[in-house]
Ligand binder design. Structure first.
Ligand SMILES: Nc1ncnc2c1ncn2[C@@H]1O[C@H](COP(=O)(O)OP(=O)(O)OP(=O)(O)O)[C@@H](O)[C@H]1O
Ligand SMILES: [Mg+2]
Length: 256
């Protein structure tokens, strides 16, 4: 027997007699990507960990500042983290980068230390206290930078097994042309590392920036698939991106 089309059935059945089943949200059990940090029970952490990822100059910090104001207006205490913000190693990392004296592996471990220090001393205590943690980049940028420099993915996955799985990762997807414009608007020049000049993809910094960002975008695309990023069209106005992010974060806040 042919069954009635769903459209016909819903028109014939009064909504009061057949209420739509209410989805029961599954409790979010927080986990680490790997073994995590010793003596930290991820499942007992509250708060939310929201990550904004994206290429250099994609507009992450602008959006995070707006999200912080919005969240705090609603009464959420927020804490911000990002790359090279650990008080333990920030200055040394900066100095080491000025001299370009580190191999890709030691530079990677330096950044991993910066991350681990913030995880242990800022992110975890803030989540324990029920705060919203806004991360301006996370392990994904670190992994992508290392992957384009030839470091093995399995080694990186092992290294970042200490990381907490965030509640959401938003990736600002910005076209290369917009990226150049935004980087120039901000710094009036391109940066040596953000142009990937250490990789010697081209002697010209502008050309090297484009090639490097293209390589990074390729790697990010691969990571997107395995880590489930939420892709946000970053080629729009600041306001429209903020609106989109607010809507998506409101849904994250509604989850238990
Ligand atoms: N949606 C947008 N439209 C136009 N300009 C933007 C937009 N978002 C950010 N900008 C501008 O682009 C520049 C870079 O933005 P921002 O500093 O927020 O990016 P970022 O991703 O944090 O950069 P960095 O990688 O250097 O930390 C700034 O001058 C900012 O005003
Ligand atoms: Mg920034």
């Amino acid at each position: 027997m042919k069954s009635a089309s769903p459209k016909k059935r819903s028109a014939a059945t009064p909504p009061a007699l057949a209420p739509a089943p209410i989805p029961v949200p599954k409790p979010a059990v927080r986990r680490f990507y790997g073994p995590g940090l010793p003596n930290v029970d991820a499942a007992r952490l509250g708060g939310k960990l929201i990550v904004v990822e994206g290429a250099d100059g994609s507009g992450r910090s602008s959006q995070i500042a707006r999200l912080r104001d919005w969240l705090e207006l609603q009464g959420h205490a927020t804490v911000q983290v990002g790359l090279k913000r650990s008080t333990l190693v920030r200055e040394e990392l900066e100095k080491a980068q000025q001299g370009n004296i580190l191999s890709p592996t030691t530079l990677s471990l330096f950044y991993a230390t910066d991350f681990a220090d913030q995880l242990e001393n800022i992110i975890i205590p803030a989540l324990k206290a029920g705060c919203m943690v806004l991360a301006d980049r996370y392990i994904y940028t670190l992994m992508a930078r290392d992957l384009v420099r030839g470091i093995e993915e399995s080694w990186l996955k092992n290294l970042y097994g200490i990381a907490l799985i965030p509640d959401a990762v938003f990736y600002l997807n910005v076209s290369p042309a917009q990226l150049v414009q935004r980087n120039f608007a901000k710094n009036r020049a391109l940066d040596y590392w953000e142009s990937g000049m250490d990789l010697r993809l081209s002697p010209d910094m502008f050309d090297c920036f484009l090639r490097y960002q293209k390589e990074m975008a390729k790697v990010f695309k691969r990571l997107q698939a395995s880590y489930g990023f939420n892709i946000v069209d970053g080629d729009r106005s600041l306001d429209s991106i903020t609106e989109d992010l607010r809507e998506k974060i409101a849904a994250v806040l509604d989850r238990p």
